[in-house]
Ligand binder design. Structure first.
Ligand code: BTN
Length: 325
């Protein structure tokens, strides 16, 4: 947020649950002067927050701007770590690139980088990612679990479950997950996840989870090459979906899943993942650098690795591939 003090004031209003807070109380809690409180409240008003001031009672937050802004996301954010802080940009080349730079400079776990537009969005396998202005969620999350490098890809699956839950919650739609990183609605891609890792020896220093969600695109917003493959939440919901709410819901779901993972490992995440999986039991084609394998997707193992049985009955462990259903 542009000002950590304003973030604290919003936190205090949230705790007050719609009640009044005296300028003195806010000043005391945050450790600033009453004049400073007044100045920050004036700034919040400029940003569209409706803050009422009543003599002898204090301040009360009556309405938030309801827009796609850092402040709006903070206001409804119920997490402890994920989404704290948010680094919010209008236009960037890639949030993934910025998140890597921040991680290298010691950014704390939970930091998210969000942009309204990306000019060089990155997808898996060196592909680009179409990131139209004002239409989607282009976000990179930094986490720092103390795990071995082989486990890092599990976070693609964990994040996919978080996004799927947030979409159900906020848009009322039922997405499916196509291993490892695609979320589909009626067979078309609505979200892609790119998990990258910074490591030392065999340990993870940081994982950067890049998430692109097509939220409010109309069919004409996609370039011709994507028209048959990509879709958006708004197209299926028949209405615009509030992006700030989707980010808040994702952060909360991810935090809960991540806490479960840290306590109990990948297995509970696997069980949830399976409820969203769309290719299990079906014939698929796995395209890899070493070649293509066709067969039946049996499921994922306890590490999140895809098990594919070819026509001779042999079971292959697939760690990374492009899947065609
Ligand atoms: C894929 O399906 O290939 C993964 C796409 C990941 C796109 C997101 S958008 C936010 C973040 N920044 C990027 O440049 N890429 C990821």
């Amino acid at each position: 947020m542009k000002s950590p003090v304003r973030q604290k004031i919003l936190d205090a209003f949230r705790k007050a649950g719609g009640g009044y807070l005296s300028g003195e109380k806010i000043a005391g809690e945050i450790g600033i002067s009453r004049t400073a409180v007044w100045k920050h409240i004036a700034e919040l008003r400029k940003e569209g927050f409706l803050v009422e001031a009543v003599p002898k009672k204090g301040y009360r937050l009556r309405e938030t701007p309801g827009e796609w802004s850092e402040e709006e996301i903070y206001w409804g954010l119920e997490t402890k770590r994920i989404g704290r802080p948010i680094r919010f940009f209008e236009t960037v080349d890639s949030t993934q690139k910025i998140a890597h730079e921040l991680a290298a400079n010691g950014a704390e776990e939970g930091t998210i980088v969000l942009a309204d537009e990306q000019t060089m969005g990155r997808g898996r396998l060196s592909r680009g990612w179409h990131s139209k202005k004002g239409k989607g969620i282009w976000m990179s999350l930094i986490i720092r679990p103390d795990i071995a490098v082989q486990k890092a890809p599990q976070f693609t699956l964990l994040a996919a479950v978080g996004v799927a839950g947030a979409i159900e919650d906020v848009a009322g739609l039922s997405p499916k997950i196509k291993w490892p990183n695609d979320l589909l609605i009626e067979g078309k891609k609505v979200c892609g996840i790119l998990t990258e890792m910074v490591s030392q020896e065999n340990r993870v220093l940081a994982i950067i989870i890049g998430i692109g969600i097509n939220v409010n695109h109309r069919p004409g917003d996609f370039p011709d090459a994507l028209k048959d493959k990509a879709t958006s939440l708004a197209i299926h919901a028949g209405k615009e979906i509030p992006r700030a709410k989707l980010v808040q819901s994702f952060c909360l779901k991810f935090e809960r899943l991540y806490d479960t993972y840290l306590k109990a490992g990948f297995l509970p995440v696997k069980t949830l993942w399976e409820t969203y999986a769309c290719s299990i039991g079906q014939r698929i084609e796995a395209r890899m650098v070493q070649g293509t394998i066709r067969g039946k997707a049996l499921g994922i193992d306890e590490e999140g690795v895809l098990l594919l049985q070819d026509d001779s009955g042999r079971i292959h462990h697939i760690y990374s591939a492009d899947i065609e259903i």
